[in-house]
Ligand binder design. Structure first.
Ligand code: NI
Length: 204
């Protein structure tokens, strides 16, 4: 996709170079803190419960509560009705993303059920372990390798509402970090327009 910085000065046209610079400092800033990961987290049996106002508030609160106890940054995210994709950067030397997700899912489930949300049946064994039918167990995780990998996953996330048929353009879907990236000048409001975007191969 975009060449590395040392090549950029020589070969890139001016506007591309500027666009490149607008993206880069943030990736470098996040990378210096610790490892960066891409995640996909899915609801139990893909029930489309996540974009109701209640669910959105509960999920946001669950994430910020966990962030307060165990900090991480979430520079890119998108909420779909039955799953979410996001990128996290953890503090240096910290790889406890599973514990963070466990707490986020647990807090959401607890509040969701308390607010009248329904769960689905799980097996008696699962129920004995305290599982409820709200989230699919586990999650998809990928460690971001470099700048290109970061940009591919960022683009994948912002294009997800289009990919799943919920929106014609990334800007049409409200629950996406695309809007923040536009307001900070990192992305054009009409992105991707007619330009081809290289996306990673991700199952969800
Ligand atoms: Ni998706």
């Amino acid at each position: 996709m975009l060449p590395y910085l040392c090549h950029a000065r020589r070969v890139l046209p001016c506007d591309l170079f500027l666009r490149y610079y607008r993206v880069m400092p943030n990736y470098i800033r996040w990378r210096q803190k610790g490892a960066t990961y891409f995640f996909t987290v899915v609801t139990y049996r893909r029930r489309p419960i996540l974009v109701s106002q209640t669910a959105r508030e509960l999920l946001r609160n669950a994430i910020t509560d966990v962030q307060r106890k165990m900090p991480f940054e979430m520079p890119v995210s998108v909420l779909m009705p039955d799953h979410l994709h996001c990128i996290w950067t953890l503090p240096k030397g910290d790889d406890k993303f599973s514990e963070r997700w466990r707490q986020i899912k647990e807090a959401f489930t607890h509040k969701w059920l308390a607010s009248g949300g329904r769960d689905l049946d799980v097996s008696p064994q699962r129920r004995k372990e305290g599982r409820r039918g709200v989230w699919q167990p586990r999650f998809w995780e990928h460690r971001i390798r470099d700048e290109d990998d970061y940009l591919h996953h960022r683009d994948y996330i912002h294009l997800n509402p289009v990919k799943h048929g919920h929106a014609r353009n990334p800007g049409d879907w409200p629950w996406s970090s695309f809007h923040q990236h536009v307001s900070r000048g990192w992305l054009d409001p009409n992105w991707p327009g007619s330009s081809a975007v290289e996306l990673p191969d991700i199952p969800e």
